[in-house]
Structure formats: C-alpha cells, structure tokens
Design a protein around this ligand. Structure first.
Ligand code: AMP
Length: 499
C-alpha cells in the first residue's frame, strides 16, 4: 500500500511526501482507515512503529473535514503524554503533518513558566499536546477548558501508570465531553491498563497490535564488562578512546548525580557530551537533545526517566553504565539503538553488586550477554580497595553491614600478593581506622561534655576532664581557626577579647 491510496486530503499527502514517507507502516495501514471512519482504537505498540503518524494523520483529516472552528481557550484534539520530551516530539510531528493546513497546535508541560503556554491558549488551539499535571493546572486556572473536545488520545498509557499519573488521568477523563473519539496506546497491556482503557474507550474499539519490526534484542550486538563501580568511568573513557566508530552514544545511568559525574569525567577526557535528567531545566534538556541529534556532541548521558520516549535516529551505541533494577527497562534502553532496520551495539557494565540484576535481565531477554574485549582491563588503573563502607554505599542499601564486611574481606583475600603501594594503602587505612576509633571516643566524650557542661549551644566553654583533651580529628593537622597566625584565628580571638 502507498500513502496516496489512503483517503487523506492534498495538504496532508503533500506533508507526508515532504517528510519522506512512502509506504505506511503496519500500524498506520491498519489504524488510519478505521480512525477516518470515527472509530475508537486500542493500539498496542511502542515508539518506533510509526504510531504518531497513525493517529495524527486521521485526526488532522477529521479536523479538516468537520468544518468546525476552535473557540477561545478550548482545544479540539487532546494528546496526553507522560513526559515533556515526548510531548514536544509529538507536537513537532503534528506541526510537520499540518504544515500545509491552517490547523494550529500547542504543547504544554510542567517545569517551565506557564505564561507563554496560557498566551497560546487564549485564542484556542486545534491540537493540544500536554502532560497531565500542567494540563490540570491550566484547567484550574481557567486558561483552557476541554468542553469542546472532539478527539482524545492517551499515549504511552503503561508509562503513565508507571509514573503515577493514574489519578491525573482520571481527573482529565472526567472533564471530557461524552461525544468524542478516543485513541488509547500502550506498549504493554496488563490487566490494570486494559481496565483503564475500558473506562475511556467506547465499547468494541478497533484493536491493533503491532510488534516492533523485529525484536531489537536480535539485531543488537551486546557486550558485557564486569567491572568494579569505581572504575566504570575509566572503562567508558577507554572504550570511547579505542573505538572512534562510537559516534552517537547514549549512556544510561541510574541517578542524576551519577549522570553529572560521568559528564565531568568525559569532559575532562575531551569527549563532547551532555547530560539530561530531571534537575536540568527544560531548555538545557532540549539543547542537549538537539546537539546530540545533530551530532554536535558524541555522548548523551541520561537517566531512565529523562530518556523516556526520546526518539533519536541512528544511535550507534547504548551503554548501560549502571544496570537497571527493573529488568524491562533494560529492553527499553537498548531498544534506542538498532532502530529502523539498522544494527546497533549495547554495552553493559556490571559491578559485583549488580550480578543479580544481570541474571534477571538475562533471564527476561533469554540472551546470555557475551563478555567484551578482555584486553581493555589491562589499560585501566588497578582496582581500588573495597572497604565495608564503600561496599555498603555502592550496594544502594541492598547489603547488610555484615555482608559488606564479609565481601570486603573476601575481596582483600582474593587479591593475594599485593604490591608495595597496596601495603602502603593498608597502613594508611589502619592509621585512619585507629584515628576513627579516637574520634569515636572523643565524640562520645564530647557528647557527654555537651550534655553536662554546655546544654545551651556551641558558644559556651567546654571543660574536659583532665587528661581527656580531645585530639584533633584530622590526623594531627590544625583546623584553620587554630593555625597560629591565621586570620580566622585572629578574628576568633578578637571576638573573645583575647587579642
Ligand atoms: P513513532 O513510532 O511515531 O515515534 O515514529 C518513529 C519514527 O518513524 C519517526 O522518526 C517517524 O518520522 C518515522 N516514520 C513514521 N512513519 C513512517 C513511514 N510511513 N515511513 C517512514 N518513516 C516513518
């Protein structure tokens, strides 16, 4: 089938040609005719299948056909999505497909000033793409009403529920007029989602289920590197230095802080990169994404939430810097490469505490991830010593103190004969722990002294029992306030009237 065979008006056919589509994808072929007839649709499809055009083109056609006009502060079609990135992406698609028509679009999402969004809504829009929170906010402010809505699309329903939007969705649905056409899309259809679908769709909707073109797993070459947490940055740097063919690299990590840290490491090594995560402003995120799309930066570091639904073509390599707790997330992550029939590479780093996640992922995907090039380890700095504390910290609370101590001991024993440097480290460690012992005593004494001698704050003098003067806690160095001749000391003494 060709696009020309679909009953779409000339301006839409022109736009389709302008964006370079020739044949409809399976979901487009199966959805567009039914949607043009005004039927409701339940679509089980992921991003990458062409589902945006599958709902956008028939909605635009029906908006053109209806002969109605938008009224102030209303919208005729509402597309609800979980993230701002997705919302912007979908509005861009609508703009492209509607470029030869007079149909207007707007996009509203949280995290930015709402004034420009309110301004856009004053005269009403034909197509409103929104995230639930900001939409309800603007409805509450009477900047927009849904009373005149003709088309309602709930996209990425499973992610909406994952992200806790269920109540917001219910609130929005309660505000919709009865007479409307509904489209409901989700990548998966567990019971909870089909229940939600049945509250939105009219009875007997058309059901279209489309598997991704081929299960990405099959087309993705995977590699695994077992590496301790502290050397993951060095490994990433080394792999990027060794493989210039890694041109468009998406690195996934778990935390915002972790993402920033990776960017610092890579920037230091001269790699052009940026991070997107929830703490970055919308403009910074869009800028980073734009630069990544047009290859001005080589590496985009993202947290899972920030990366949801991002559609970037030709990602050559996906790195799982941290393995995700939720094993399905792994499939979503690596599905960012090998899109549109192309090949891709997914490289996963696994630290000792992530072994159980790795097993879960391998079980879910039914793929045993092969180990990567072992010679790379020779180019990395030697592993740093794990202590019970670092083990516990890195295990994100999944390890008890006893377990961490046992593991640290095991790692220490496994290391066998050590070089002089390691011994030196150990001596230093011993000294430090001895100091820590002192510190604990001192703290105990301090707290005792505080509870008895200075109950009303820090400014009062503390009288330590004779012979129990606390030792400096920083290995014998003076605090700057106590360094003879320091300005801080002079000021303090002046304040005390001692100088
Ligand atoms: P989507 O699943 O809507 O996110 O679309 C994924 C990608 O496929 C986007 O980059 C679209 O521009 C592209 N696309 C959608 N429909 C077609 C088509 N019929 N032919 C070629 N590319 C398409």
């Amino acid at each position: 089938m060709k696009f020309e065979e679909l009953p779409l008006a000339n301006p839409l056919q022109r736009a389709v040609r302008a964006v370079g589509y020739e044949t409809p994808t399976p979901i487009q072929e199966r959805s567009i005719p039914s949607l043009l007839e005004g039927k409701d649709l339940l679509g089980i499809a992921q991003t990458g299948t062409g589902k945006t055009a599958a709902f956008a083109l028939p909605i635009l056609q029906r908006l053109l056909d209806s002969g109605k006009f938008r009224s102030p502060k209303t919208c005729r079609a509402l597309i609800l999505l979980p993230t701002r990135e997705l919302a912007i992406q979908v509005e861009d698609c609508f703009k492209e497909y509607a470029q030869f028509t007079a149909i207007s679009t707007a996009c509203i999402f949280g995290g930015v000033n709402d004034n420009p969004q309110k301004q856009k809504l004053i005269r009403g829009v034909d197509v409103l793409v929104a995230t639930p929170g900001r939409l309800l906010d603007l409805i509450g402010q009477k900047a927009v009403t849904l009373k005149k809505l003709e088309f309602f699309v709930l996209d990425e329903a499973d992610r909406m529920l994952d992200m806790g939007f269920i109540h917001d969705i219910r609130k929005v649905v309660a505000l919709l007029p009865q007479d409307r056409q509904n489209l409901f899309f989700s990548a998966t259809m567990p019971e909870e989602i089909s229940k939600l679908a049945s509250t939105i769709l009219r009875p007997n909707p058309v059901r279209v289920e489309v598997a991704p073109q081929s299960t990405p797993i099959e087309r993705i070459r995977q590699e695994l590197y077992r590496i301790d947490k502290r050397r993951k940055g060095a490994l990433l740097k080394e792999l990027l230095a060794e493989h210039p063919e890694m041109k468009k690299v998406l690195v996934f990590c778990r935390t915002k802080h972790g993402a920033d840290k990776i960017v610092r490491v890579l920037e230091k090594a001269g790699v052009k990169c940026a991070a997107i995560h929830g703490n970055k402003s919308q403009n910074r995120r869009q800028e980073a994404l734009g630069n990544f799309k047009c290859e001005q930066i080589r590496v985009l570091v993202a947290t899972d939430i920030a990366a949801r639904g991002i559609d970037v073509d030709d990602v050559s390599h996906v790195f799982n810097y941290d393995l995700p707790n939720e094993h399905e997330t792994f499939v979503h992550r690596i599905g960012r490469t090998a899109r549109a029939g192309k090949d891709g590479v997914a490289i996963s780093f696994c630290s000792p505490d992530e072994e159980s996640d790795l097993r879960g992922i391998e079980k879910l995907t039914r793929v045993k991830i092969p180990e990567g090039d072992q010679s790379i380890y020779d180019k990395l700095p030697p592993p740093q010593k794990e202590t019970a504390e670092s083990m516990m910290r890195n295990s994100r609370g999944r390890m008890s103190r006893e377990e961490a101590q046992a593991r640290a001991e095991e790692t220490r024993n496994n290391r066998g004969a050590r070089g002089r440097k390691d011994n030196r480290n150990e001596n230093r460690e011993n000294a430090r722990s001895a100091n820590a012992g002192n510190t604990q005593n001192v703290n105990a004494q301090n707290s005792h002294a505080m509870s008895t001698a200075r109950p009303f704050g820090r400014s009062q003098n503390v009288n330590f029992p004779a012979g129990n003067t606390p030792q400096p806690q920083n290995g014998g160095r003076h605090h700057r306030r106590n360094r003879p001749g320091s300005r801080a000391r002079r000021r303090m003494r002046e304040a005390q009237g001692l100088q």
